[in-house]
Design a protein around this ligand. Sequence first.
Ligand code: SAH
Length: 364
Amino acid sequence: MTESPKTDLAALDLEGLAAFLKTLGEPKYRAGQIFRWIHRRGVTDVAMMTDLSKALREKLSARAFVGAMSIARVERAADGTRKYALRTKKGDVVEAVFIPDASAEGRNTLCISSQVGCAIDCKFCLTASLGLLRNLEAHEIVEQITRVKEDLGTLVDPEAGPPIQNIVMMGMGEPLQNYSNVVSALKMISSQDCHNISPRRITVSTSGLAPRIPRLGNDVSVNLAVSLNATTDAVRDRIMPINKKYNIEQVLDACRAFPMKQRQRITFEYVLLADENDSDADARRLVKLLEGIPAKVNVIPFNEHPYSPFKRPSAERIESFQRIVADSGVAVFVRTPRGDDISAACGQLGAEVDAPRKMLRIVD
Ligand code: SAH
């Protein structure tokens, strides 16, 4: 007789755990206990679940296990940024970046991934050179936080190391293309049984899958960031082919339909590419486009990499662009590249993934 394969407890949600426990003749409330061990405390060994009887732990060990990601590599930048390459149970690698805040506010951010690779094919983004390898499952999205907290020492003792206050889904992948897993993950991340991080401290960034933008806001009250990156459809079509499906107007209309709380703002990311989208006229058009939308702009000077032909504009160009936006009254921040000495900056994720790559050529 062949033995049936063991069940991965980490891959089950609360209902799934309850159903599995039922097959062992165990009551439903045990599901919550096990869920908290795995997703709040990061335990990967059933034997350590000490509020379960020894007999149950033995039964569980015989029938189940806790699948986990491992940290394949951590790189530490001079500015304190840490880039984590996490190997999933399936053997592929995703990246998460811990970005400490040096300001008085001291709010640290973890940037997490939603897919292995990405299908959107933006012509400036290193992740795009991989294509889409697969969607991450909800628990794999969440576990990036768990494993990083473990490494920082804050998983069991929140005082032991730098805390993670903010989550940004700005790593590898297009979150809204992996919609149901992302929404489940967001709900999990804010649940008390897991990381207990308020949705107001979570930001989801999208390349602009317009129909899913209002839907996201109705499903979870997270913050929205949109990678606009251009002010005309002609340019956006070239650098972000998704624009041919959902153009600037459709994306902005979707933003207007995103449910917003008072004082909440939508972040518009704008990668500055030399001689492509960085003119003064672009800055003025950007301001016009955002009229009537509670917005702030994050200008991200292009982080160069070998798979894309683009260049970073000069410091003067960046400043001129920023000044025009700021003078119009729109809040604008220039993102100084964090951890660029370890390729942890925006658009530099995916270097660790051992898969064939393609050059990101623009074909008109
Ligand atoms: N797919 C989502 C999540 C990724 S967020 C999205 O597009 O929003 C990653 C951010 O980094 C995006 O705003 C993207 O425009 C930006 N980016 C990508 N490659 C970059 C690069 N090489 N330099 C600077 N910013 C980059």
